[in-house]
Ligand binder design. Structure first.
Ligand code: HEM
Length: 145
């Protein structure tokens, strides 16, 4: 399975392809929420933990907002737009100092979860499609050199 991290040139926003619909179908919505929850739990004890909410309630809400977005972008109901309004992901990340190293950490923590999902039977094709999406879109969120 190809889960490589693409080199990001600062300030350049490469074209993004959304994950294939099969990914959400195989995952189910609850599976997506579990995936995001695991990612946030890993972020919480990572070298970029300072970026995320300390307050337990806020942290759980952050999980929910991120899962809402992932389900929506993967072809599910528009939960994020309903709860948070227009995505404007670059703007929403602007208050946080996200450099190339932070992106790598964020992606590496997803890679571990994706490898587990493969063991649980989600197809490589779907997982590579999701990785392709986060690998490229995460470049957009890098706002600090
Ligand atoms: C480059 C690595 C990334 C870092 C370090 C990062 C970090 C953060 C931080 C610190 C927040 C605010 C706290 C929170 O609500 O969780 C946040 C919010 C969020 N991030 Fe990221 N992020 C990254 C990439 C991405 C990507 C690629 C996506 C989407 C595919 C994404 C989706 C979201 C969403 C949906 C929110 C919640 C926005 C809201 O409801 O206001 N992030 N992220």
């Amino acid at each position: 399975m190809n889960l490589e991290i693409s080199h990001a040139q600062f300030g350049v926003r490469p074209g993004v392809t959304k994950p294939i619909p099969e990914f959400l179908i195989e995952m189910t919505e609850q599976g997506m929420r579990d995936m995001v929850s695991k990612h946030y739990d890993a972020l919480k004890v990572s070298d970029i933990k300072h970026l995320f909410p300390l307050d337990e309630k806020e942290f759980e809400e952050a999980k929910q907002h991120s899962a809402d977005f992932m389900i929506q972008i993967c072809g599910g109901p528009a939960y994020f737009n309903q709860n948070r309004g227009a995505p404007q992901m670059v703007g929403r990340h602007a208050p946080f100092r996200i450099d190339a190293k932070a992106r790598e950490t964020w992606l590496e923590l997803y890679r571990e979860i994706i490898l587990d999902l493969k063991e649980q039977g989600v197809t490589e094709k779907s997982l590579e499609s999701f990785w392709g999406y986060i690998n490229i879109f995460s470049i957009w969120m890098v706002n600090t050199q």
